[in-house]
Design a protein around this ligand. Sequence first.
Ligand SMILES: [Zn+2]
Ligand SMILES: [Zn+2]
Length: 210
Amino acid sequence: MSLIRRCHACGDHFRPSPDRRHGRIQCRDTVNADVTLPDQRFVCADCRETVVELTRHWNRRDATDDLCSFCDSPATETGRVDLTSIVDERVVSQGRYRLCSECEVVFETFLTDLYVDIDLPDPWTHRPSPDGAVFEREGDLRVETTPLAAAEPRVRLFIESNPVVEAVPTGPPRARAREFVAAFEAFYPDEPRPLGEDVVAGNPGLRGVR
Ligand SMILES: [Zn+2]
Ligand SMILES: [Zn+2]
């Protein structure tokens, strides 16, 4: 019997399969003292796609390189992240990457945001993605975040595909987006829009956008 691994993103437990690739994220070294990156995490085959979407444009670097893998800026000090694709127990590809201290913050936020640490109420579904997470309530209500590395991060509430509330989040955008989900499930308003505005007004991690 093969061992069982826990997916960092969806929390499911899985056995490594001979048919599909799962992923391993190893943070070997960091340069930004304010950043906490995990030593080692695994992601299941489905969630691996999400990590790949973020990292597909990263450039592999040797130990002597002094360019960041993510933003390509010269950096005298860089941390190291190893990303590995695994089939069964076999490594099928591996990349070594170097991150500058700013990009370590982006990666930290990404990993925090990827992790689902609360159960969503039943009517809601959730799709994590570096292109922006989407929370959806049976078709008529939706909360979206902009991509993690967006120059202007936003959280938006939609009613039947019309944006009705928009806010600038601080911290992981997905955590902020969940505030709308929690508030909606607590109050079941007839009009979601004023509730959305109240969520923004009452949350220090959200700033309203006109
Ligand atoms: Zn997963
Ligand atoms: Zn960088």
